[in-house]
Design a binder for this molecule. Sequence first.
Ligand code: ADP
Ligand code: DP6
Ligand code: CO
Length: 324
Amino acid sequence: MLKGSAKAHTNIALIKYWGKADEDLIIPMNNSLSLTLDAFYTETTVTFSEELTTDIFYLDDVLQDEAGTTKISRFLDLVRKKADCPLFAEVKSYNHVPTAAGLASSASGLAALAAACNQALQLNLSDKDLSRLARRGSGSACRSIFPGFVEWQKGTSDETSFAEPVPSSGWEDELAMIFILINDQEKDVSSRDGMRRTVETSAFYPGWLQTTPQDLASAKIAIHAQDFNKLGAITENNALKMHGTTLAAVPPFTYWSPDSLKAMNAVKKIRATGLACYFTMDAGPNVKVLCQKKDVAKIEAELANYFEKEQLITAFSGPGITYL
Ligand code: ADP
Ligand code: DP6
Ligand code: CO
């Protein structure tokens, strides 16, 4: 019996990953930049055993059906090949984050699974190689290997596509992200399907690709200069551009709900009062508010004028992979 357990935190991109150049290897079209967070995480245990005749996947103690298990099995196949191990596995995972709601469960989920496999099969992967492995499960997972600010270098091949920490002199410890939970149910269009449809059909996708490298370069300059307003403005603009691309897809779709718009407007109004805060959104209706730690209490109080207190969850910079 070969057993491993690991914990990974979610990350939220300030410059988004949106579109694949290689669907099988999960090589992205553009570099992305994220912040790993402390509030949401996944803990996963994997056991490879001679006694199993198939892979088994429990998520939050619920045995997953064939479709849910097949995704995991494909990832386990990669790991089995790497380790030259023929054994089936039982995966038990606990998401301390809503699953498939645009809150990055695939990032923490697949990063935790990759690390648990690394431990179980004694692959002794470096952080870089663990990032490459996690990437094969879900692109955003490659960034959850590392704490704080992280950049995913898109690369051109399996070997050259991985995430790495962005030097920031610890500035991330002065920042926070307030999550406005609008809907924690499973989204209609998965990140994978949404970005594929956008790449294949959206007339706006070329605009995304043309401008995102400049956004990323500016974001890194803002991090270096610890210029919060600059980083926030780029973050907001980049998210809006990503969501703009989905409207021009065929058939069109959007991850926004009426309350997403309400949240974005609230952030703009709060900002107009002089409190620095900027929103971002992923593949789901929930809105995340980037702000400085020193302003969290004031911004939470302002947001409470628009949303229930229970809908607000504040996260700070979080750690990279840990083994349990
Ligand atoms: P999200 O916004 O939550 O990342 P995605 O559409 O990107 O949503 O991915 C959701 C999928 O990620 C799930 O359907 C499941 O296949 C996978 N996933 C989520 N959590 C886990 C986990 N703990 N272990 C393995 N796979 C997971
Ligand atoms: C909008 O990493 O979930 O959150 O690679 O297909 O598993 P797959 O997709 P995923 O996509 C995340 C998209 C995003 C932006 C981001 O996290 O960078
Ligand atoms: Co995801």
